[in-house]
Design a binder for this molecule. Structure first.
Ligand SMILES: [Zn+2]
Length: 93
């Protein structure tokens, strides 16, 4: 079978994210899968950023601030899981 293809953005740690543009700089569109170093997990979902500065800003926000920013840039049809909805280490019910 064919070996791994280089340069198509798949297989180099990229993953789809829940947001359509950067939560920190909403004018920056996030298109397609995002590199691991430009992603953060929030409530069990992957959030993508346009650059490392935005990841750093995100890291400095409170969860409430993160939610507010993220809600504005979610992809159509995506929903942010509610706080405390089984993304902790506790047992699922
Ligand atoms: Zn940025």
């Amino acid at each position: 079978m064919a070996g791994p293809r280089v340069g198509d953005g798949v297989g180099d740690g990229r993953a789809a994210v829940i947001n359509a543009s950067c939560p920190v700089m909403p004018r920056k569109v996030i298109s397609g899968p995002v590199r691991a170093d430009l992603r953060r997990q929030f409530r069990g979902v992957q959030v993508g950023f346009c650059c490392e500065d935005c990841v750093e800003s995100w890291d400095g926000l409170s969860d409430a601030e993160r939610e507010g920013k993220l809600q504005k840039v979610l992809r159509q049809g995506e929903k942010l899981p509610a706080a405390g909805m089984g993304n902790q280490d506790g047992p699922m019910r």
